[in-house]
Every structure is written in C-alpha cells, then in structure tokens.
Design a protein around this ligand. Structure first.
Ligand code: PEP
Ligand code: MG
Length: 804
C-alpha cells in the first residue's frame, strides 16, 4: 500500500492532520510525520534528516507520497529525497497538494489500494470541491460588483525546440512574460516528469532544466489565463524558430571536455591588464560570510531590512551592469517570488534574522541547482551565488571573502569589484577573465598594479568554460586559447619586466597601491611614486583605518622609496569603489556622484584622520599630497583650509610635519581643465587622471562595457584637454604629470612628451617599455607627433599616425 509522509514546520499541525486522515480511513493507511525541529526554544521548522528518516521508515516498493506545508518544507524535502537510494527515489513522489485536503484525499485513495499515480492524482485535485463551492459564493460577490470571476484553468503543452532550450536568457524572458499576468501560472517539464513550478519564479523555471526537445505543460488559472497562455505559447514558438544566436550548442549529455574543446577554443575580449598567463580555469566561487545573529525578536524590522537590501541591490545592478543579459537575469533573481516567500517564511515563522533567512534560502536554491544533471543549468548556481552574496553583503555590511585556490589558476568571473581584485594574490591568480567589465574600471587598474593579466567583456560564453580546462591568455591583445598546443605555448613567451639603465627624457614614476608594490616599483627603475591610490586601505574592512595605521603604512612606503617622493592621493571612493561602512546611498550615476574630494569634504572625520596621518609622515619623508576629482577652485580652497587647521593643531601639540609640503590636484574633470589657470595658482602641481578625464570628456562611463571604448584617451578631444592643461600649468610655473592608464602605454609616451608633460606615473611593469619607447624619439620628433595628433579627427587616426 502507498504510504504517506507529512512534512510540516509544526509537529502539532502534522499530527493533527494525520489524526484527521486516519479517522477517515479507520487507521487503515501508513502515515509518518516529519515535523518541527529538535529545539525546545524554537520548535518550528523542518529538518532534512528527519524527513529522510520518516520516508525510510514507511518506504515499500508500492511507494511513498510526501505532502508538505510551505516555505522551507519544500527544499528540505527535496534535499531529503536526494539522500535516498536511487531506487527509493523512483518510488517517492512529492505532492504539491495543500496539506490538509491533500492528505485526506491521498489517505482515502491509498486505503483502497490505489497505485501511487492514482494517489497522487487524487491528492492533487483535492482542492477542486472547495474551489467550486467557494467560487460559487465569490461569483455572487463579484456579480454584485459587476465583475465576473473566471477561475478557469487552462493548459497548453508545447515542445521546446531551440538549440539551448530554456537557458538563462529565454528563461528570464519567459518568467518576465508570465509575471505580466495576474493569473496563477505553473510550468512543468513533462519529458523529465518534473513537478509543476511557479512560472513567475526564475529559480524554479531554471530548475526544470528545460532542454531542446523537452515537452512542457503550462497551466494558467485566473481571469487572464487565456492571454497569458497565448503569450507564453507564442514566446516558445518564436524561440523555436530562432536559430540560436550563440554559436555554442551544448549536447544533452555532454561531458566537460566536450564543451570546452569541441565547440570553441578561442575567445577575443578587451585587453585590460597586459601579460601572458597559462593555467587551469577556476570559476570565481564566492564564500558566504558567517552570519552570527540568527534569531530576532522583531521579524517586522528584519523583513523591512531585507526589502531595503533587495531594493539597493537592484539599484546597484541597474547602475553598474547596464545592458548585460546575465545581469538582467540577476535582476529577475532579486524579484523571484519563491525566493522572497521562502525567506519571508523563515523570518516570520522561525524568527530568523533577515541575513540568516536569506543565506539559508540562497544556499538551498544553490544546492538545488548544483544537483541538476545538466551542466549548463548546474553552472547557473554561480549566478544565484553572486546575487545572494550581493544582498548578504548589504545585510551584514561584510565583504566578499578572499579566494583560496588549491593551485594557481586563471580566474573566470562575471565581473569583479576593485576590492575583490585587490585581495588576489598574483602568485595564485595568474590571470583574470570577466564576462563584463572594462579596461579602465578600477578592478582592471588594480589588476595592472598587481601585475595580473586581465581580459574583460568576453561575454556570457565565457561561463561555459569548464573548471580545470587549461587556457592561455594574452592580456595585451585580449586573446584566450583553450587547451593551447605546444606551438601556441612557445609563441607566448613571458615578458620580462627588466630595469633599463638608460636615462629618460622625462621623469618616470610609478602608480602603486601599497607597501607590497613600492619595492617592486623601485626595482623597475621608478623615480618614486606619482600616485598612491589610498582607497585600498579603506576597502575590505568594516571600519576605516585609524591615523596610526595610516602613519605606519605611509611611512613604510616612504622609507622604501627614499629619497624619491611619495605622492599620496587622498581618498577617492564612490564611483565603482563603494565602502560598506560609509553607508553610501545608491546613486543613479555614481561616476557623476559623491566621490573623491566631494565626499571627503563632507565626511570630515575620515578626511581629517587621513590628512593628519599624511602630515605626520611628511615630517621626515619626501611626501607630496594630492586631491582627487577636483571640479572647482572652491573645493581646493576648502581642502587647503582644512589642511591649515590641521597644521595648526599639530603645531599646538608639538607634532612635527613638513611646513613646505607640496600640494597638488588631479585634473580629471572637464571643469578643472577649463579652470586650469586659476587652479594652477592654488597648488604646486597637477596630475592628469586620463581614466576619468576621458570618460567625462567623451560622456562614456568607463565601467560600462557598451560605451567604455569611447572613453579613449587617444581621442583628439582628450589630447586637446591635456595640451591646454599643460599650457596653463606651465604659464603659472607648476609641473604636470599624467597618472592615468594612458601614461603606461608605450605608444602614448612620445605623444605625451611632445605635448610637454613633465612626468609620467605608470604601472611599474610598464616602466621599461615606456622608457624604451621614449628613447626612440628626439624631443622634436615627439613634438611633431603631438602637433599632428591634435589636428586629427579620431582616436583611430591618432593611433595610425603614431604607428607610422
Ligand atoms: C584617473 O582617473 O586617471 C586616475 C588615475 O584615477 P583613478 O583611475 O583612480 O580614478
Ligand atoms: Mg580618477
């Protein structure tokens, strides 16, 4: 006889239902209960092992049907079934019927000796009598309001025929279309004999692993059931006619090797950090932080917290990832009704904190994905992880945990934040490839400084490279080869970053991030540091660095560089470098928002702490101070006033500092270029940040892969801004450096020299190449290049002219 297992959060509820059912069939059916958890304080919940034990205790070949209440009961039961033997799994069916009605219907059917399919069918239609009875009453109400209620259920069956089935993009479109209707819509993979799932849930639809050739049933109930089904059916028809835009077709039962080797073996992306790397692919796996607080006395407040974090995450995604399909799918994950409902259930029924409930739900969804047979759908767990982490970071204020690779490898990620890249150890992370991203995003700049070759904007096909596949990449050309043969390996000779003992016509300094690369910069021949990006000191932590900590770090770097100067740029967060403890509000245009000096002048405690540390180190080291993102003379004056106040404070306390400390500003905003004459009277030097200057002049977000190619410093418009700035600075007798990525390009070096720049601040690894390039020209030739370039009409014609 078919046995029944009841899974519920409440033992009392499940026992009551079992009692009711047994009474109906005179104790003539086997019912086991797996309900509640073994915690006398908080007895409500579901326990995977308990469910497994209950199923095993009543299991016979006739089969077992399992009825569940709601929320986590469902993933817990699914997981319990995974722990059964394959033979048992065949005979255990999860039933979507409501607990009370379903159990009674199933008990009656089982007691008369029906087979498992009949028991299941009967249980699933257990609500029909109730619906018809109540819909009669509702109809009366509706009619009186002149609104007929049509609760008709309609079904269509259709076969999915496109190459890759309902993979991420079409699944996301399918879910978005379903969500436009009020009807309740479910979908089921008939071929795989799946459960019916909510068609408005991206996780559940992806969980069906619908592939080419699979037949699906779409069921809609409600007023707009008919147009809903029509829309979804048309969508699948259209999808079936599409010749897959992707050149990769994944065979139904492919092995990892088939995917990686047979279907594609070469990629071209956007070069973001030079260098060659060969190694095995590792997909960037995010480790969730520990959530310490798991119980709350105020579920309402936790629920609100979750909603705020979901909204912030949504906004962040819209801001930074415009246009990418993968991130559009991420947005749908954030709205997934099932995901939100499961989390809500944990918050209200188990008094879980928002962070705990979110983490638990995300982990259960990840394990559902990871259990899928199909490699494509299994790989989507990375997306759930990514989005789960994004929200969890907001809920806990923590940051992503550092990566631990068992062996050095080439990292593949959808996109990376600067703080993530900053954590990578170049001895472990040999190269980085990302689906989205751009070459002048801060993550790429940090990869440059760490000397890790990086290629960005490779598209979603990148995620299909299987972990462990050997790849070679050239960060200079943006090319990747899968399973490179010996000839290819020979071709890709590693570059040697040697120090050149030839004089340079202009000062060459280095861009660095911290103590670690200061020594490397000197070894590469840098005459000190033209840009220390101090943001890194502030990322990856939950409180800002203290004055003492900063003194220690700046001093260590200054000592390493001595007697050469250390140019310390004050904090430039915001833009693509958010800091969790500052509670930065999401902004529609973060690069036009609260960053650099704007932010520093409004978070005075933070700013003063940094300035005091810099002043103290200046007492006996060669320090220069520089302010980022200056847009007006007023800002410079405000910063200088603050500095004077701090000098007075130090003097009163008898703390020494350099009274002649040189102050400079970054020229990276068009208004600063236009006001260069006045700004030059305020400071001792300029340093042109071409990364920002190009994006602001060309109105092209440097982190948006759709437009970042426009933010090219070779554009004559940018070159004219550089020339104008240099002229104004020299008229006022101050020097100009270039510290954007442009200065590290050997082909740009003679052009910049010709434009009259006094210094270049470059990535240490690029020093030798820049110096070699400069040594091939005379000043007159460099000036000729510059004059020609200023009259050309596009970045490409400038590049062509330099090439010639
Ligand atoms: C620049 O904008 O060129 C620059 C050097 O600053 P950052 O890249 O840190 O914004
Ligand atoms: Mg900048």
């Amino acid at each position: 006889m078919v046995a029944i297992v009841l899974v519920s959060h409440s033992a009392k509820l499940a026992e009551g239902v079992a009692e009711l059912a047994q009474q109906m069939v005179q104790n003539n059916v086997t019912i086991a209960v797996a309900a509640g958890i073994d915690d006398p304080e908080n007895p409500l919940g579901t326990d995977v092992l308990k469910i497994q034990a209950a199923i095993e205790s009543v299991y016979t070949e006739a089969g077992v049907i399992v009825l569940m209440d709601l929320g986590s009961a469902i993933p817990s039961t699914e997981m319990a079934v995974e722990f059964l033997t394959p033979e048992q799994q065949q005979n255990v069916k999860l039933c979507e019927a409501p607990l009370v009605e379903g159990t009674i219907a199933a008990a009656v059917q089982a007691s008369i000796g029906a087979d498992i399919q009949q028991v299941l069918t009967e249980a699933c239609s257990a609500l029909t009598p109730k619906i018809s009875q109540l819909s009669a009453t509702s109809t009366l109400t509706q009619i009186s309001e002149n609104k007929p209620l049509n609760l008709e259920t309609q079904t269509v069956e259709i076969t999915v025929q496109n190459d890759s089935g309902l993979h991420a993009r079409p699944a996301a479109q399918f879910v978005s279309k379903a969500a436009q209707f009020t009807a309740e819509i479910t979908v089921k993979n008939i071929t795989k004999n799946s459960l019916e799932v909510n068609a408005k849930s991206i996780n559940q639809v992806m969980g069906l692993a619908i592939r080419q050739g699979d037949k699906i049933a779409i069921v809609a109930t409600g007023e707009d059931a008919e147009p809903a089904l029509q829309t979804l059916q048309e969508f699948i028809h259209k999808l079936n006619q599409e010749i897959s835009a992707e050149s990769i077709s994944i065979p139904q039962k492919s092995t990892p090797q088939q995917i990686s080797v047979e279907n594609f073996d070469y990629f071209q992306g956007v070069p973001a950090s030079p260098g060659i790397a060969v190694g095995k692919v590792v997909h960037y796996q995010i480790t969730f932080p520990e959530v310490k607080n798991n119980q709350t006395e105020n579920p309402e407040e936790e629920w609100k917290k979750l909603q705020t974090s979901l909204q912030t995450a949504q906004q962040d995604l819209q801001n930074i990832q415009a246009g990418s399909e993968i991130f559009q799918a991420h947005l749908l994950f954030l709205e997934d009704p099932e995901l939100i409902q499961q989390t809500q259930t944990l918050i209200f029924e188990q008094n879980s904190t928002a962070a705990w409930a979110w983490k638990t739900t995300i982990e259960s969804i990840i394990s559902t994905y990871q259990a899928l047979e199909d490699p494509y759908f299994r790989a989507r767990s990375v997306d759930v992880q990514d989005i789960g982490m994004r929200v969890l970071q907001l809920l806990t204020g923590s940051s992503r945990v550092s990566l631990n690779l068992s062996e050095p490898g080439i990292l593949i990620a959808s996109d990376l934040t600067p703080s993530e890249v900053a954590q990578f150890n170049p001895n472990q992370v040999l190269g980085i490839c990302t689906v989205a991203g751009s070459a002048t995003a801060h993550s790429a700049l940090i990869a440059n400084l760490l000397g890790i070759p990086m290629i960005v904007n490779l598209g979603e096909k990148l995620t299909k490279i299987v972990s462990g596949t050997e790849v070679a990449l050239n960060g200079t050309t943006g090319e990747i080869w899968l399973e490179p043969d010996e000839v290819k390996r020979q071709e890709l000779q590693p570059t040697v970053f040697a120090r050149l003992d030839i004089p340079s016509p202009i000062l060459l300094r280095a861009n660095i991030l911290g103590v670690a690369d200061a020594k490397f910069a000197i070894d590469c021949g840098a005459m000190g540091v033209g840009l220390l990006r101090t943001e890194l000191l502030y990322l990856e932590r939950s409180t800002p660095p203290t004055e003492e900590e900063q003194v220690e770090i700046y001093q260590a770097i200054a000592n390493t560089l001595s007697p050469h100067p250390l140019t310390i740029r004050t904090l430039d967060i915001g833009g693509d470098k958010p800091v969790p403890y500052l509670n930065l509000e999401p902004e529609a245009n973060p690069f036009l928002g609260w960053r650099g000096i704007r932010q520093s002048l409004e978070t005075l405690d933070l700013f003063k702490t940094q300035l005091r540390a810099i002043l103290r180190v200046s007492a006996n080291s060669n320090i220069k101070l520089m302010f980022p993102m200056v847009a007006s003379v007023t800002e410079v004056r405000a910063a200088k006033r603050l500095l004077s106040e701090l000098k007075t404070e130090l003097k009163t306390d008898n703390i020494p500092f350099d009274k002649q400390l040189k102050i400079g500003i970054m020229i990276e905003v068009p208004s600063a270029v236009l006001m260069a004459d006045q700004l030059a009277r305020e400071v001792d030097f300029f340093s042109i940040g071409t990364n920002d200057l190009s994006q602001y002049i060309m109105a092209a977000d440097r982190t948006n892969s759709q437009v970042s190619h426009l933010a090219d410093a070779f554009e004559p418009a940018v070159l004219r801004a550089i020339e104008y700035t240099i002229k104004q600075a020299h008229c006022q007798g101050i020097s100009v450096s270039i510290c954007g990525q442009f200065a590290s390009l050997p082909e740009a070096a003679p052009l910049l020299w010709g434009l009259g720049v006094d210094e270049l601040s470059v990535n240490p690894k690029a020093l030798a190449a820049v110096q070699t390039s400069l040594s091939q020209f005379s000043l007159a030739q460099a000036q000729e290049i510059a004059i020609t370039a200023l009259q050309l009409d596009s970045a490409q014609s400038v590049k062509d002219a330099i090439q010639r």
